[in-house]
Design a binder for this molecule. Structure first.
Ligand SMILES: O=P(O)(O)OC[C@H]1O[C@H](O[C@H]2O[C@H](CO)[C@@H](O)[C@H](O)[C@H]2O)[C@H](O)[C@@H](O)[C@@H]1O
Length: 256
């Protein structure tokens, strides 16, 4: 399927009792920050997600590249249904945990850590099933990081490379945000509902493809070519749409 600019003037789709809602975290629920740990969670986000989860009778999940512990740290005390690490680590309704893959990343960790030590500005984020090499503080090193991570991924069994916002990530092959959403959609309370997925990055395109293949809609937050049919300008505007959906008198159909 070809990526195209999503229309920006259409009102966002309504969130109703038959919606299954899937939400990316960085760049979607919260603004992008200079470093992964510097993200600011707006004070009203956790109450908003709690209210939405209740209204949707549990059919809400966070779908993120982050590791589960980080998401829980940012969104605590909430522990939402979650697909973490691009779907490799899942928490299902009721709390059951599922780890779909655990590639051996020891050599990759050794190599990327050595690279970051010799290049100030690079940051290695080590997660249980994946690894991110961040270059937001050294954008001039993008080409070096690309080549390094492509070669490293080639030499690591069972992984594939993603390019996100100022980051190259190695994650388990064959698992994506799309496959995680499809898995949730086969089970209660998601099954039989219309899925909506909001995300901001290239790594969210698999999620847009999955929800639209199931008759739902993708919402791209921010700029850039996308498969998503809807667009919302900023995380703040997305949160306003979510808040509107919590208001009894609206279906959430606001303009982005
Ligand atoms: O799927 P997401 O929830 O969007 O997570 C994707 C990655 O997000 C984080 O990195 C990105 O956000 C950082 C904080 O805003 C930013 O500094 C970095 O440049 C971005 O790439 C996170 O650190 C990664 O683990 C996630 O995979």
């Amino acid at each position: 399927m070809q990526l195209s600019p999503a229309p920006s003037s259409m009102p966002l789709p309504g969130i109703g009792p038959q919606t299954a809602l899937f939400l990316d975290f960085d760049g979607t629920l919260v603004d992008i920050a200079p470093q992964p740990e510097a993200v600011q969670v707006p004070a009203d986000l956790v109450p908003l997600l709690r209210q939405l989860e209740r209204r949707l009778k549990g059919a809400l999940a966070v779908v993120s590249g982050r590791q589960l512990a980080d998401l829980d740290g940012f969104l605590g005390p909430l522990q939402l249904t979650t697909a973490a690490e691009h779907g490799a680590h899942q928490r299902w309704p009721g709390g059951k945990l599922l780890r779909l893959a655990s590639p051996d990343l020891r050599e990759l960790i050794r190599q990327t850590t050595a690279l970051a030590e010799s290049h100030p500005g690079l940051h290695v984020e080590i997660k249980p099933a994946s690894l991110a090499l961040h270059y937001r503080q050294a954008p001039e090193l993008e080409a070096l990081c690309r080549q390094f991570m492509a070669e490293a991924a080639d030499h690591t069994s069972g992984v594939e490379l993603l390019h996100g916002k100022s980051v190259f990530e190695v994650k388990p092959a064959g698992i994506s945000k799309g496959s995680a959403i499809e898995a949730f959609m086969r089970e209660s309370p998601f099954a039989g509902r219309l899925p909506l997925f909001a995300g901001d990055d290239t790594t969210d395109e698999a999620g847009f493809s999955a929800v639209q293949g199931l008759g739902g809609q993708g919402i791209k937050v921010g700029e850039g070519a996308t498969l998503a049919r809807y667009r919302c300008a900023t995380p703040k505007a997305l949160r306003q749409w979510l808040r509107a959906a919590c208001d009894e008198n609206t279906t959430g159909s606001i303009r982005p």
